[in-house]
Write a protein that binds this ligand. Sequence first.
Ligand code: HEC
Length: 144
Amino acid sequence: MQFRFATTVILLTLAGCGDDRRDERLRAAGPNPSLDALLKVADADAGKRKFGVCAACHNASKGAPDVGGPNLYGVFGQPMGQHSRRYAYTAALIDAGGRWDSATLDAWIARPQQIVPGTSMQFAGVRDPLDRADIIAYLAQQSD
Ligand code: HEC
């Protein structure tokens, strides 16, 4: 019950961002939009708010410490599981051997355990593709 309540609050929080021009942006992206189409209408400011679901475990600002998960500032474009020197990544993520770009981040944010079985990122995932695109736009912006 408690978990369902928490989920509802998160969904309402996401849906409650009425100022993110969601419908307008989805119309602009066209029917059944691809990730590229969604990224063209993605909004880093909306992504910053939506990053709230990640913020329990991640910072994403320059020089901020690792918390439950590694600081994500500058992670965009970097190899998986190597970005934060001090963070104790799982072997599963280090051995995944990929790089964080829009496509890998999108898949990861949707279902981390499916992309990298054995990862310690205990997160159910963000189901909504536009929410993921906004978060990716925000992460891409959080870098030098
Ligand atoms: C409950 C805690 C938790 C939440 C919530 C969470 N993460 Fe994570 N995240 C982790 C942990 C722990 C790791 C390290 C995983 C490993 O080593 O296997 C991680 C790793 C990552 C990485 C890889 C970083 C690198 O240096 O390779 C990215 C990217 C990431 N998370 C993005 C996100 C995003 C975006 C969200 C929100 C949509 C999110 N995470 C939500 C705990 C969390």
